[in-house]
Design a protein around this ligand. Structure first.
Ligand SMILES: Nc1nc2c(ncn2[C@@H]2O[C@H](COP(=O)(O)OP(=O)(O)OP(=O)(O)O)[C@@H](O)[C@H]2O)c(=O)[nH]1
Ligand SMILES: [Mg+2]
Length: 172
């Protein structure tokens, strides 16, 4: 069974925990609990499990990123500070890890009461070439679920392809 390790990262209070819980069906939206550290999700297609880690944050970044297959960056498109901050997340978690762009997914998460204007968001390079999806759990929860499954499948495929190539290069 192929496993993929996907990191959910992004600015504070952007909805990482809510989305992760929703996508792993592990809980409903409850009152806000800041996450200490980084949450790691382990997906076993089609079954999904999650575990939360609450250890020192920056100190464990390199270890966390090391064998990640994908990185999901969650942000609030209404906040200009988030638009700046996600460049940093992309740089640290994707570019510096030599992760290919298709392994990275941007999620503009729309909390209730925030603007749900999907058309207006234009990101500048290098973020503009990444896949960007919107999530609005109140209005259209299935949309993000489908988009995420699509992303997950592409990760699984590319992980298994690169594994096949490794095996080929051992044989030849
Ligand atoms: N009703 C509703 N509330 C949401 C939604 N997304 C976020 N929220 C609210 O915003 C709060 C913050 O979301 P979290 O998912 O905890 O944010 P986070 O990115 O995990 O925050 P940190 O762990 O502190 O970095 C939640 O506790 C909810 O109160 C949503 O889709 N619907
Ligand atoms: Mg959190």
């Amino acid at each position: 069974m192929l496993k993929a390790k996907i990191l959910f990262v992004g600015p504070c209070e952007s909805g990482k925990t809510v989305l992760a819980n929703f996508l792993t069906e592990s809980s409903d939206i409850t009152e806000y609990n800041p996450t200490q550290g980084v949450r790691i999700l382990e997906f076993e297609n089609p079954h999904v499990t999650s575990n939360a880690k609450g250890t020192g944050f920056e100190s464990c970044w390199p270890a966390l990123m090391k064998d990640a297959h994908g990185v999901v960056i969650i942000f609030n498109a209404d906040l200009p500070s988030h638009l700046k901050e996600i460049e940093m997340w992309y740089s640290c978690f994707v570019q510096q890890q030599f992760l290919q762009d298709p392994r990275c997914l941007l999620i503009a998460h729309h909390k209730p009461g925030s603007g749900s204007d999907k058309g207006h968001l234009t990101l500048s390079p290098p973020l503009s070439k990444l896949k960007l999806v919107h999530s609005n759990l109140e209005d259209d929860p299935e949309e993000i679920r489908l988009e995420f499954i699509k992303y997950l499948k592409s990760i699984i495929n590319s992980v298994s392809e690169s594994r096949d190539q490794e095996e080929m290069s051992i044989i030849t």
